[in-house]
Design a protein around this ligand. Sequence first.
Ligand code: FAD
Length: 508
Amino acid sequence: MRGIDVGHSGTDADVVIAGAGPTGLTLACELRLAGVDVVVVERLAEPSGESRAGGLHSRTLEVLDQRGVLDRFLAAGELQPVGHFSGLYLEFDEFESRHPYPLMILQSAVERILEEWAGELGVRIRRSCAVTGVDQDASGVTVALDASDGGPATLRAGHLVGCDGGRSTVRRLAGIGFPGTEATMTALIGDVELPDLPEDYVWIRRRAGGDYSAIAFEPGWHRVITSEYDRVVDRDEPVTFEQLRDSLVRLAGSDFGMRNPRWISRFNDAARQADRYRSGRVLLAGDAAHIHFPAGGQGLNMGVQDAVNLGWKLAAVVRGTAPEGLLDTYHDERHPVGERVLHNTRAQSALARPGAQTDALREVFGSLMVFDDVNRLLRTMLNALDVRYPADCGHPLAGRRVPDADIKEAGGATRVYELLHAGRPVLLDLGAGVAAVAGDWSDRVDLVEAHGEDDAWPVPVIDEVPTPTALLIRPDGHVAWASGPGEPVDTVALRGALTTWFGAARRG
Ligand SMILES: Cc1cc2nc3c(=O)[nH]c(=O)nc-3n(C[C@H](O)[C@H](O)[C@H](O)COP(=O)(O)OP(=O)(O)OC[C@H]3O[C@@H](n4cnc5c(N)ncnc54)[C@H](O)[C@@H]3O)c2cc1C
């Protein structure tokens, strides 16, 4: 499906995105779905092919489902009913999400599928183009490029979004601070062959100096990770196969015949966050806005979710249906989410440190995790199923992700996420009779009249709520306003929510 181009004059694009990683590609797709003209500029000539992230979490699977592209990812990965908090197992609950399990899929595959989708939507991607300069004024942003693709060396756009990773050039050029905590350890990671490993799978084995694991992810291939504490290596020092082998020998007493490295990298537990996600016409998303220990595999997932929060807002501002101020809600909503992830990864890093005290702490923590309330708190936090944005509505669903409940409309049975494929807001009328209100926003908000198939809807953290009578659902799947059974529909509040999120009514 191709988006519909909105007009733009005197610019090369409505929006320039720096970086064709998972965040930049997701954002580009979201903007194109809304008809925005977008150019992605990427420093690399080809995708790096680095495997990096190993999984997509429940909420990411849900947002891909909301766009109708989830099947592509499911076909390229494998669902695994295990998760962990600092290596301690978490259980999942099928009641909380239609996609309760993480999908094991390498980042390279995620990027390939996103790039294919972006191509279908008509996203322009310029490779071998690195952002080197940013100059914003009242009417737009001029982006200077080190371009060897034969295209122009400057681009003029309404907005620039830096999705250019943890060492973001855009962030630096925009003068946005990146405070946080320093690394206290060094981890090495490699996709290698381990012919002498006696087991298929080694899950975090703790030793005096740190820990190691070796996880089979493809026939014949293992992902080896070694973590050594109080050994902090300069981040610019090259990573070598010998370093990985030496580290494994130090921790495991053997290199298990390690050979044929396909990819080797290094990471640590430094945790930093941009102090502002927006500076005028320049915004940040993904690793450009936050870096942290990859414990629990939250980084890529959070970047995709940043993009889904920002996309529809930026599109509305570009189209002129919402004021620039809507973009501030991107910072207001996503900065606390990032802050909380930094917090939980710091906790996971602390729980992973070697030593008798931490061994004891892990045992105590692990014994708490068998209690369902503790397990639920941790799994919904790591899977971002409990994220609740501020909302001026007292309904328990307001601000939360909408459950993917079964509903029946005139065309037959469907489910809520099917309604969000176009990336447009939906006013779902389940008997409240709000069609008259919807008419004033019919150019921007889709009205769907249906009835609920279930008596109650599952909501992580609060178990369930009675089926609502009406819901205003944002394109990112969060509930802007809801009305419950047995209460009069507050049309003033509904009009207020429509105006806040989707701009003024067409008339009156
Ligand atoms: C070892 C490891 C394991 C991980 N495991 C997980 C996991 O299991 N789950 C998870 O969710 N996350 C995981 N992560 C984190 C995850 O890899 C990142 O969070 C994710 O890549 C962030 O995506 P992004 O698009 O924001 O940034 P990136 O993937 O870093 O993409 C940024 C892009 O911008 C480009 N770029 C940089 N500078 C410029 C410039 N000046 N101009 C133009 N382009 C530029 C880069 O070439 C790159 O393509 C892991 C990370 C590591 C290192």
